[in-house]
Design a protein around this ligand. Structure first.
Ligand code: AMP
Length: 560
């Protein structure tokens, strides 16, 4: 290899962010912080408190809440085995392999002893993880562990006897029992990066006994979510959501007897307030041109959504040959999802399908009407969209989605809905819930579009001033350096952004650098300024200068 080629090989490898993830850099991060700050402020005014959640949860939580048939759970989660699971899996596989090897004939006593001792190690590990609750503490798991234990207890003394005898049949039975019992053990121990946060909020609500708090409990969160989707503009594998949830216990039927209307109203008000809060937030961010779509998907009962789904399925079956393969597959599994289809050729047929609004039960109809009334009263503009559905049983009544401009095909900036059955599904008491998740990446993209357009039209966007320009201190000489340090400290304490060059520069270089950094003012400190106590403040845009004393400086800057 030539010297040049060797040098080339030695070059350290460069790393890149992995597919679908990205770095958010300044100055854009200032916009992210501003948006998050607005969320904190607006949500607080509606009585919401922030919840910070873990980024990993047990995979089972998402399987149950998001649903095993969804794309998110079946294809898109980043899932890892916990350490104990890998250990148990490895040992279980080894047990099965040794059992296969020892099946052919009655093995030597030592081989038997070593198999039994290995089984005993496996049992010890399984037992300790079981007692720590790492593997599910179910009756079936306890029974498997007890049975393995009793097999070991009966075989251990046998193989220790000098005059040991057993039949091949007994030995084979022992081997197959151990393998069968070990395989029957449900180990769990898979964890996933969260693909969304509603499930975690419900888990936390149950885990921390929040049902004891005054209801409803109003929580919001923000942070990264992870889905292994095909990356494109506005769609990432690590993306950020800002979301809120309202959880409200279900009062026992006897206490609301005769107050059904009041209950319906309470739910409708909560739904409308959540949407109002969302639009207040978007308004404060300066997001323009949004459309709010709403719908009611009723509830999972024969006289309501279930009846509708049957009608829909029958109709879809009738027109099956007009549909694409995806929709054809969904007819049986989840016909509501056909309504999500974007396939051009299907649209005329979908438009003629039966609509859920004509099949809602009286209560769901009343609830939907009340939500719309409440939105009108709050001056929230919306459009009804009968095709806005959610495919899971626990979703009910209100669903909504918000579309923003400048996002291309990924134009949904927020999705939300009511999910009254979810907390119960996760082992909590009957609890009603509604929430939304804003795609923060898409919100920022859309705001940047608005920003671009407003700079074309000269209209100032509310986010345009998200970072104030720095003040540059051009100092010359060691005496001036000491003064500059003091000035920087005072100005920073007063909240000004200050750039203090680390080494002395020529006057022209310093001003050039100040312009590069988009500073508005330069504070010039040389020997003269230090001696006289009159500092020079230069406005970079027009080159004008004025003298200010140290005492006047902050007041002057604030005025300007
Ligand atoms: P969902 O939890 O699927 O209802 O999504 C709520 C919102 O999160 C959507 O309306 C999007 O704005 C955003 N979102 C969902 N998936 C992604 C993704 N892969 N990349 C960026 N934003 C996303």
């Amino acid at each position: 290899m030539s010297e040049g080629a060797a040098k080339k090989e030695e070059k350290p490898r460069k790393f890149q962010a992995i597919r679908g993830t990205r770095d958010l850099l300044p100055p854009e991060t200032a916009l992210w912080n501003r948006v998050e700050q607005i969320a904190h402020e607006v949500f607080a005014t509606f009585g919401f408190g922030e919840i910070r959640l873990p980024i990993v949860e047990q995979t089972e939580l998402f399987r149950r809440s998001v649903g095993i048939d969804t794309d998110i759970v079946s294809k898109e989660m980043f899932t890892f085995p916990e350490n104990f699971r890998e250990q148990l899996d490895l040992r279980r596989d080894y047990l099965a392999m040794r059992a296969r090897e020892l099946r052919n004939q009655l093995p030597a006593k030592d081989a038997m002893k070593s198999f039994i001792s290995f089984t005993s190690d496996f049992l010890d590990l399984a037992h300790s993880t079981f007692s720590r609750g790492q593997i599910p503490q179910t009756a079936e798991n306890k029974d498997s562990l007890d049975q393995i234990h009793s097999r070991i207890l009966s075989w251990e003394p046998k193989v220790k006897q000098k005059e040991f005898q057993c039949t091949e049949q007994d030995w084979l039975l022992f081997l197959s029992d151990i393998v069968m019992l070990a395989n029957r053990l449900e180990i769990g121990g898979l964890i996933s990066l969260r693909p969304e946060a509603t499930a975690s909020v419900c888990r936390a609500y149950i885990e921390h006994g929040m049902q004891q708090l005054p209801q409803p409990v109003k929580l919001y969160y923000m942070g990264p979510m992870f889905r292994r989707e095909r990356p494109q503009k506005g769609r990432y594998r690590q993306f950020y959501q800002i979301g809120a949830e309202v959880l409200d216990h279900v009062r026992p039927a006897e206490t609301i007897l005769g107050e059904v209307d009041k209950e319906l109203r309470r739910d409708a008000v909560i739904d409308a307030e959540v949407i109002e809060m969302l639009m207040t937030f978007f308004g404060k961010c300066g997001l323009q041109g949004t459309t709010v779509y709403i719908n009611s998907i009723g509830h999972n009962a024969p006289n309501c959504r279930r009846g509708y789904v049957e009608k829909l399925r029958a109709e879809l079956t009738r027109i099956k040959d007009k549909l694409g393969p995806d929709s054809q597959r969904r007819i049986d599994a989840n016909p509501l999802r056909v309504l999500d289809s974007k396939l051009e050729s299907e649209q005329p047929y979908i438009e003629r399908l039966p609509r859920i609004a004509d099949h809602l039960c009286d209560e769901c109809k009343a609830h939907y009407a009340a939500v719309k009334r409440e939105l009108d009263q709050r001056d929230v503009k919306y459009q009804e969209n009968w095709r806005l559905v959610r495919g899971l049983d626990y979703y009910m009544r209100t669903t909504f989605e918000i579309i923003a401009p400048g996002l291309g095909s990924q134009n949904a900036v927020c999705g939300g809905g009511r999910y009254d059955g979810l907390v119960e599904l996760l082992g909590g008491r009957p609890t009603k819930g509604i929430g939304f998740a804003i795609g923060e990446d898409r919100l920022i993209l859309s705001l940047q579009e608005v920003d671009k357009r407003s700079s074309d039209t000269g209209v100032q966007s509310p986010l345009a001033t998200h970072q104030s320009p720095p003040l540059y201190i051009a100092w010359m000489g060691e005496r001036a350096y000491a003064t500059a340090l003091g000035a920087a400290k005072t100005l920073r304490n007063a909240g000004f952004r200050v750039e203090l060059p680390p080494v002395e520069q020529k006057f022209g270089t310093a001003l050039g650098r100040a312009v590069q950094l988009r500073a508005k003012y330069a504070l010039i400190l040389g020997d003269n300024e230090v001696t006289s106590g009159e500092w020079t403040l230069k406005t970079l845009a027009d080159g004008t200068q004025r003298k200010v004393s140290e005492q006047q400086l902050i007041a002057e800057l604030k005025k300007m």
